[in-house]
Design a protein around this ligand. Structure first.
Ligand code: NAP
Ligand code: G4F
Length: 325
């Protein structure tokens, strides 16, 4: 029997890769979108004929319950969230509503409609924040450093709680940073690859960044959505860290990106701008993916260097098409 998957956050980076992946696995894919006055389906434009859309919002319990009843999925991937860390200081209450309480609304809808539905919650390495051990693993205590991180800790624990309270097949994937040419341009990796491409095409001369010393464990989003699916195919529900096990600084990313574009040293273009420095920083993230390898058979396929190259070339080609048009 064909399985049905419902994805919240289908218009986002991960939603688009997950939809592609589930279609290759033969799923009926249904995406929850919220109403907007303009079309925001850019990342899934190539898939619109293959997926169904239903209207709903993480703020609205009734919409989620009704659409679950209508769609009747076997699997729900809750990827929707206010996902940009700096915005969480500007809109802390809204971030809590989307990113924390939104998870409870999805879980409540599942409980009401069909407790047999398997659900994946998009948890984050931001929960480790001011890290208490290196590398971070499933047992590492959380110490979030932003309203976003705090909201994700709530989302994580409510998922665990519903699993233990109601016996739901509810899992939390603790994913470290994952990037791609579809990453939002406000996140540092895409900001760099986009900036490099603009400089390459002579559209600007500088790139303004914040803290260059922050370190992240960066992987490729296409690899990470496979892990989400694998987590829902296991015999027992469990929480797993998904990471590469390697860490690089923002400076490393910038250096590699400028080199990939043949522009020489990043130092000739990057300007440190205090506007992009955060009230509280997460200095170092590096995950231990050994449980993912052991239990899921999951390993990342794309290296840091290949990821930077992929993002830079995609942005250079995009501007080349725009300039040539
Ligand atoms: P993203 O590109 O920012 O996408 C976020 C998605 O959430 C968009 O589809 C957005 O819809 C939707 N959304 C936001 N608020 C909503 C609401 N109130 N109701 C319904 N939909 C709403 O994020 P991403 O990078 O794909 O990440 C996916 C999930 O993984 C997020 O929960 C994020 O916090 C988490 N995560 C990401 C990473 C990473 O490195 N990418 C790492 C760990 C965890 P619109 O298009 O309408 O705005
Ligand atoms: O790319 P970022 O904005 O990602 P951040 O804060 O690590 O969050 C991302 O990964 C999380 C997983 O750990 C997700 F849960 C979350 O949803 C999101 O996808 O910033 C990365 C680092 C930070 O230390 C920041 O201070 O880059 C530093 N940075 C330096 N200059 C900058 C900039 N970040 C941004 N966005 N813009 C800058 O100009």
């Amino acid at each position: 029997m064909q399985k049905t998957a419902l994805i919240t956050g289908i218009t986002g980076q991960d939603g688009s890769y997950l939809a592609e992946f589930l279609l290759t696995q033969g799923y009926r894919v249904v995406g929850m979108t919220r109403r907007t006055s303009t079309d925001v389906h850019e990342r899934i434009a190539h898939l619109v004929d293959d997926i169904e859309f239903v209207s709903g919002d993480l703020l609205d319990q009734t919409s989620i319950t009704k659409l679950l009843d209508q769609v009747r999925p076997q699997e729900v991937y809750n990827l929707a969230a206010q996902s940009f860390v700096p915005t969480s200081w500007q809109q802390p209450v809204l971030t809590g509503e989307f990113t924390a309480l939104g998870v409870t609304r999805v879980l409540e809808a599942i409980r009401a409609v069909d407790p047999a539905i398997r659900v994946y919650q998009a948890s984050s390495s931001e929960m480790f924040g001011k890290v208490t051990e290196v590398p971070q693993r499933e047992s590492t205590p959380f110490y979030p450093r932003s309203p976003y991180g705090v909201a994700k800790v709530y989302g994580h624990w409510i998922t665990v709680n519903y699993r233990e309270s109601y016996d739901l097949f509810a899992v939390s994937g603790i994913l470290f940073n994952h990037e791609s040419p579809r990453r939002g341009k406000e996140f540092v990796t895409r900001k760099i690859s986009d900036g490099v491409a603009r400089i390459k095409h002579g559209l600007t001369r500088e790139l303004r960044l914040g803290n260059l010393d922050a370190k992240r464990d960066w992987g490729f989003a296409g690899d990470y959505v496979r892990a989400m699916w694998l987590m829902l195919q296991q015999e027992r529900p469990d929480d797993v860290v998904i990471a590469t096990g390697r860490t690089h600084s923002v400076r490393d990313f910038a250096r590699t990106a400028f080199q990939a574009a043949g522009l020489g040293s990043y130092e000739d273009y990057v300007v440190m701008d205090p506007r992009f420095v955060r009230p509280a920083e997460v200095d170092l993230l590096v995950g231990d993916p050994s449980k993912a390898k052991r239990d899921l058979g999951w390993e990342p396929q794309v290296s840091f260097e290949a990821l930077v190259e992929m993002m830079v070339q995609a942005d250079i080609e995009r501007y080349a098409r725009a300039v040539g048009a």
